[in-house]
Design a protein around this ligand. Structure first.
Ligand code: ADP
Ligand code: UVW
Ligand code: MG
Length: 413
């Protein structure tokens, strides 16, 4: 069997993974994917084949205090058995924050890892877990090359005015600026759009990555012009548990008038706000849509309102709008949320096609709509695997990049 690349996307309560078979020029296919979920409560590993059938499962005792090494040991053991001893060529990681310096995927060394650890305060919900997975793999398989793929990299070309924070200049000099996130997803969506609708892809498009974390990216000819997340992944839209953009005076008020500690405010803004905080019920959009509680409705209404408001702002950044792309858990699967966002954008000439939207069709706008609305499933793992291959095998990388200009990085099947 040929060699394979493992991708890891480590979050606070889950580690998503995918395994890709390498070909001479790029990636041949996804062999397996799955996740370890319930980290911190009742961890459960499931690996599936391309058709979704379960290949392997592993459960740990509920409430077992497990580090990433303990969690990744059965996954790597299963991969070794599944592929054969010599077959795993590399591990590619999603690393949320690349800061000022890391503007493209990079092979991980102890020095790079130490530099990325300095960015933990800028992404406390993600970066510690991403790096814990890197360090666990380094201990378990010291000779396996590892590559970091950054969520911030896609936005590195944003104009200085877009990335500038209106703070005293000395803070900009130490890297305080807007970075933007979900870049692996947006890069994948830009590639898919180029393949599906090249004329639209060359125009002004806003992509909406609406998952647990949520953001928008304004793209012109497939390049990021502006985005709703900023210095950290707290900014922008209302998210599952994050507040999105917030008057900085509100943070001062919480600190000064409520006497909360900095870490208590951090926990509130990252973990207890957003859909969860406003509804008081759940961070899960499905639960809120199924609920008849008025607080669930208020949370959904705020989520939709803020998406539409930010689309208005990003339309200004782009100087107009030709296309809108919905993606990630909510964007791909929730017809009511897409319909509600489109309804608020009627002033922009957005006309949703109710039937197509309910069917989750590829194009969910009417032919007469001035803005074409599409649904494109994202695949951050395919992007990580492609970048990992390109970093480690730069000769084949060139042809892979050429291929990915006109086709998806790799088929899921
Ligand atoms: N059919 C659906 N209708 C509405 N929301 C959905 C549906 N399927 C998934 N979601 C929502 O998608 C969100 C998770 O998105 P996802 O992209 O998987 O998140 P992440 O990768 O950040 O963990 C959750 O709020 C979940 O409720
Ligand atoms: C950057 C970010 O918010 O990521 P996620 O959606 O995975 O939480
Ligand atoms: Mg995600």
């Amino acid at each position: 069997m040929s060699r394979a690349i493992l991708t890891l996307n480590a979050g606070s309560s889950s580690i998503k993974f995918a395994l890709y078979e390498m070909a001479a020029k790029g990636l041949r296919r996804r062999l397996s994917h799955g996740q370890i979920e319930g980290i911190g409560s009742a961890p459960h590993l499931v690996a599936r084949d391309a058709a979704g059938a379960i290949l392997s499962e592993h459960r740990w005792a509920a409430d077992a205090k497990l580090d990433h090494e303990a969690l990744l040991t059965p996954l790597l053991a299963w991969i070794t058995a599944h592929l054969g001893e010599e077959s795993l060529a590399a591990v590619g990681h999603r690393v949320v924050h690349g800061g000022e310096h890391w503007d493209r995927p990079v092979r991980l060394t102890p020095a790079v890892i130490a530099d990325l650890a300095k960015l933990i305060p800028l992404a406390p919900l993600h970066q510690p877990h991403d790096l814990a997975a890197v360090e666990a793999v380094a201990r378990l398989r010291p000779r396996l090359p590892q590559v970091a793929c950054f969520d911030t990299a896609f936005h590195h070309g944003m104009a200085p005015t877009v990335s500038r924070l209106a703070l005293p200049r000395e803070f900009a000099a130490e890297g305080m600026r807007r970075y933007g996130f979900h870049g692996l997803s947006y890069e994948y969506l830009a590639g898919q759009l180029r393949e599906q609708a090249p004329a639209l892809a060359a125009g002004r498009v806003i992509a909406a990555h609406l998952g647990n974390g949520a953001s928008l990216c304004a793209m012109h000819d497939g390049h990021s012009i502006d985005t709703t997340m900023g210095f950290t992944a707290l900014d922008g839209l209302v998210m599952g548990t994050r507040c999105g953009n917030l008057d900085p005076g509100a943070v001062l008020y919480l600190l000064q008038e409520h006497g909360l500690s900095v870490s208590a405010v951090e926990h509130m803004l990252y973990n207890e706000s957003g859909l969860l905080g406003v509804s008081g019920i759940s961070n899960d959009m499905r639960t809120l849509l199924d609920s008849s509680d008025p607080h669930a409705y208020e949370a959904i209404d705020l989520f939709v309102f803020r998406i539409a408001r930010e689309i208005g702002a990003l339309t200004s950044s782009l100087g107009g709008l030709d296309g809108l792309v919905f993606s990630a858990g909510i964007g791909e699967h929730s017809a009511p949320i897409r319909a509600a966002v489109c309804a608020r954008l009627a002033w922009l000439g957005v006309e949703c096609d109710g039937d197509a939207n309910t069917r989750h069709a590829t194009v969910v706008s009417m032919p007469s709509s001035r803005v074409q609305v599409r649904v494109i499933p994202t695949d951050e793992e395919a992007m990580i695997a492609t970048h990992t291959m390109n970093v480690l095998y730069p000769v084949t990388a060139r042809s892979t990049q050429e291929e990915s200009r006109v086709s998806s990085p790799v088929s899921r099947r």
